[in-house]
Design a protein around this ligand. Structure first.
Ligand SMILES: Nc1ncnc2c1ncn2[C@@H]1O[C@H](COP(=O)(O)OP(=O)(O)OP(=O)(O)O)[C@@H](O)[C@H]1O
Ligand SMILES: [Mg+2]
Length: 376
């Protein structure tokens, strides 16, 4: 795992001491001469949650604070100095993406602050991430994530180890859909990030089948904006070592870290409805995704609950696909009886209605995920 070190003079004794400490914790150290050079470095801009070490120097504390506060805050910044003015310390820590450590006990303190980041153990086989992004509420986003999870974890050829992560932190319905007890108490790691370790991950895991785990929050009120992105990314990095695929059920309400998750995803399914207003919000979401420069081959549009004609074919397919031209579009039919039946039973469509046409529609979407995210 990489960490970035801001140093104009690489040879300075303290810089070298810091390099040895970071390497001792399993990091590969990459240098940047200053903050501007760091922000030009693609290894940094493309890292999901980079650690940045800033040894003291002129303007270094201010630069560290600015970096930790940068929206959306991705980097975790550690400022190393013998002293730091109280107001600068407050600003650094309040960013929730920065810490100060002293030179005297740097080895111990660096280990402590990076332990909470889960950074000490580099991921050797990290899971691929597939995000399910709803263009509006109630379009079946959770259903699609859950069914894809079931499908990937029970493929006849090469079943995958899958985690379903419900980031609807308030009132998510993913655990209900599979009739498991939600155990991912994110408020606990927000309060004490240093507690996040493999044992706590075990406590947070709800097992659906030996190949499918669920991370969903129990109904305890926590606002999306109150979760520091660094904590969320650390959590994802930590569980990534356990699975081949993490399917993320994103909330409809937007917060800046959602864009980071999208940019860090190997594939994205944008879900929406087939009505005229439904297609309008879908195209608006696509415009937003364009600003994030998501490659076209990583993105699919799932138009759910489409009406069917007398022969059971998707009605008005051409009208649906026209505003989405050039995209991978999956039209999934409306089948209230089957969808509700599954929900009421707390079981999946693949279990209760494997031959229903809706189930097969979702199967095609799941196979797209396998290819787009290079899961197999
Ligand atoms: N293709 C479909 N045909 C009919 N009903 C469907 C279909 N897909 C999902 N549903 C039903 O629509 C309802 C909403 O589904 P779901 O909870 O998956 O949506 P959501 O986008 O996650 O909603 P929320 O915004 O509440 O998170 C559920 O009752 C589900 O069974
Ligand atoms: Mg949902």
């Amino acid at each position: 795992m990489n960490c970035f070190l801001i140093a104009a003079e690489r040879g300075a004794a303290r810089v070298q001491a810091l390099v040895r400490l970071a390497e001792g914790l399993g990091y590969t150290v990459l240098y940047a001469a200053d903050f501007a050079a760091l922000n030009r470095d693609r290894a940094f801009t493309e890292a999901r949650r980079p650690l940045v070490l800033v040894p003291e120097g002129e303007g270094a504390a201010e630069g560290a604070i600015q970096l930790a506060r940068a929206e959306p805050s991705r980097a975790f910044v550690v400022y190393v100095a013998d002293a730091l003015a109280p107001e600068l310390y407050k600003a650094l820590v309040r960013s929730q993406s920065g810490e100060w450590i002293g030179w005297g006990n740097a080895a111990q303190e660096l280990r402590d602050v990076t332990k909470g980041l889960g950074a000490a153990e580099p991921a050797d086989r990290a899971a691929r991430i597939v995000s399910f992004l709803p263009s509006k509420g109630g379009v079946g986003n959770t259903t699609l994530a859950v069914e894809t999870g079931i499908r990937l974890s029970s493929r006849r050829k090469q079943p995958l180890r899958v985690a379903l992560l419900d980031l609807n932190l308030q009132g998510g319905t993913l655990a209900d859909a599979l009739d498991v007890e939600p155990r991912f108490d994110i408020a606990e790691i927000v309060a004490q990030p240093e507690r996040l370790d493999e044992q706590l991950v075990d406590v947070f895991t709800s097992r659906h089948t030996p190949r499918l785990d669920v991370f969903a929050c129990p109904p305890r009120r926590i606002a999306l904006g109150d979760v520091p992105p660094a904590i969320l990314f650390t959590f994802i990095d930590t569980i990534a070592r356990r699975y081949e695929a993490i399917l993320v059920d994103l909330p409809q309400a937007w917060v800046p870290w959602i864009d980071n998750i999208l940019q860090g995803s190997d594939a994205i399914v944008l879900s929406g409805g087939a009505t005229v207003p439904g297609l309008r919000v879908l195209t608006q979401s696509l415009t937003h995704l364009e600003t994030l420069e998501i490659p076209a081959d990583r993105l699919a549009v799932a138009v759910n609950a489409c009406e069917t004609d007398l022969l059971g074919r998707i009605a008005h397919r051409a009208q649906i696909e026209r505003p989405l031209s050039g995209r991978s579009v999956f039209c999934l039919r409306r089948d209230g009886a089957t969808a509700e039946g599954a929900l009421d039973a707390g079981r999946s469509l693949f279990e209760i209605a494997p031959n229903a046409r809706l189930t097969r529609d979702i199967g095609r979407l799941a196979e797209w995920c396998v290819t787009a995210a290079k899961l197999a």
